[in-house]
Design a binder for this molecule. Structure first.
Ligand code: ADP
Ligand code: MG
Length: 481
């Protein structure tokens, strides 16, 4: 199309790169300039495509002078630069969505006013012309795809069942498909990816994503407004119903009943149902048996904590999406240090980028260490061995010396086991060191204590309550799972 101006852009940009390359070090050049794609030149303005908002901010913050120099040299003093920032990479059918910002020096500082850390399709303040990929009727977020969902042992079954369902909704034996696992492990991402896949390949299918909370609220409103029939009819038209976090329906008898009818209708008509839950169906207390037994008709697959290799792959994918290059050893360090869940890994990357921006530093080992240290310290400030011992002795009214003694009296054994459990939960101490704090007991004693308390927590409500109170000593909220 614009082949002349494109060609010209390439020539101008390659000249610019020569100049820039002379002025900055190799690593920075590789990180910040190689990913840039020259688009076109018109009216003495060179337009370049950058991979993300962060990337653009970084260039403006740190390299504006080198860029200016290069533009002066190639396009003259009146030469200008325009950034085309990728907001959505698009796919085979939809072109990438970008918006353009002139560089600050040559124009009004638009960018400074409208700066946003992470523009998304939903929040971008810019007029986006091509919004085809955002389908509000489905309430799907187009960013959740199979392409950017990293596969690992932790999610293989769920992912492949999900893909099978996406390719042949309502036809496979995976109906319903239930994905469960604890928070931040990709359930919402995966079930939305299925929805987006169906949406993109079978435009005539009515895909609907709804959280269980929203479903409940809609149901309650329908009762209030006497529109229950309309509510039910609406849901019965759906070809693929994706319902997130069904544990929220627990204890809500009437909503479950309504869901049961919708479920039966859809299932009988060969429509696909996809659900997620933060726990296995058998652990969903407060759910009607007849509903639970329906969940088992299809396939139930869990998502687990990603292992080390998968964490590396996820980090790489996220960085790549932001157009950021970080040395392998830093990525490895991050993957070794954050092993909770994927959402936290993303949080760390965001903080890293923010720290890098604010302090004008490259993301290197130093920055990774300080950033992580701040996060870890913030989280774990109060929970030390001593604070656990203090909390337990005062809560149970036992002596510290008894707690640390060999006494096998019931009044001491239980608090001691609780204290060991808490240390296992809140500190990174090896079992041996935990034993050390209780008169030099060995690691098997600690394991036994932790197991005993875990079982009690599941079977005895009083123990669970006690534990919740103890958590409050450390300003923590105990989430049962
Ligand atoms: P959940 O619904 O299980 O609480 P989410 O689906 O909201 O978790 O995932 C939390 C974040 O982690 C999301 O931004 C998601 O994109 C990301 N994420 C989780 N698992 C993966 C994965 N396997 N690959 C890439 N990103 C992932
Ligand atoms: Mg979720």
């Amino acid at each position: 199309m614009h082949s002349t101006s494109q060609l010209q852009a390439r020539q101008v940009w390659s000249k610019c790169l020569e100049i820039i390359h002379n002025d900055i070090n190799e690593q920075s050049f590789k990180t910040w300039f190689e990913p840039i794609i020259p688009l076109n030149v018109s009216n003495q303005t060179l337009s370049i495509q950058v991979p993300s908002q962060f990337f653009y901010e970084w260039l403006e913050e740190n390299y504006i002078h080198v860029l200016r120099k290069a533009i002066d040299f190639t396009l003259g003093k009146n030469g200008m630069l325009e950034y085309s920032i990728i907001v959505d990479k698009g796919d085979k059918k939809n072109p990438p969505i970008t918006y353009n910002i002139p560089n600050q020096k040559s124009s009004v500082p638009v960018a400074a006013q409208q700066r946003k850390p992470e523009p998304t399709l939903y929040e971008s303040p810019f007029q986006l012309k091509d919004l085809d990929s955002l389908d509000l009727d489905s309430y799907l977020n187009a960013h959740y795809t199979f392409d950017n969902f990293v596969e690992g042992d932790c999610n293989r079954l769920g992912r492949s069942a999900g893909l099978a369902v996406a390719q042949r909704p309502g036809v496979t034996s995976f109906n319903p498909l239930m994905i469960y696992g604890s928070v931040g492990l990709g359930k919402t991402h995966l079930i939305q990816a299925i929805g987006n896949y169906i949406k993109n390949t079978q435009a005539n299918k009515f895909v609907l994503y709804v959280t269980s909370e929203k479903f409940c609220n809609q149901f309650i409103n329908a009762i209030k407004n006497n529109t229950l029939q309309a509510f039910t009819n609406f849901y019965m038209q759906v070809d693929c119903l994706i319902i997130d976090d069904v544990q929220f329906l627990a204890g809500k008898e009437k909503t479950q009943e309504s869901f049961f009818h919708i479920f039966n209708h859809l299932h009988q008509s060969g429509k696909q149902i996809i659900m997620s839950s933060d726990r296995a169906p058998r652990e969903l207390a407060g759910m009607q048996d007849r509903l639970l037994s329906r969940f088992k008709w299809g396939l139930t697959a869990d998502v687990q904590q990603p292992d080390f290799e998968t964490r590396i792959a996820i980090l790489q994918k996220k960085l790549q999406a932001d157009g950021i290059y970080i040395e392998d050893k830093v990525i490895e360090y991050l993957a070794h240090s954050i092993d909770t869940n994927v959402r936290e890994m993303e949080g760390v990357i965001v903080s890293l980028m923010a720290h890098a921006s604010l302090n004008r530093k490259e993301i290197d080992m130093d920055l990774a260490r300080t950033t992580l240290k701040n996060i870890v310290v913030d989280n774990e400030k109060e929970v030390t061995v001593d604070s656990i011992l203090d909390a337990v002795t005062s809560h149970f009214d036992v002596n510290m010396s008894d707690l640390k003694s060999k006494s096998r009296k019931k009044e001491t054994v239980f608090p001691r086991q609780i204290a060991m459990y808490l240390m296992k939960e809140f500190t990174n101490l090896p079992l041996k060191s935990i034993g050390y704090h209780f008169g030099g007991r060995d690691h098997s004693t600690v394991i036994h204590a932790v197991q005993t308390i875990s079982i009690m927590l599941e079977t005895d409500k009083e123990v669970e309550k006690t534990m919740q109170k103890l958590y409050k000593y450390f300003n923590r909220v105990r989430v049962k799972n």
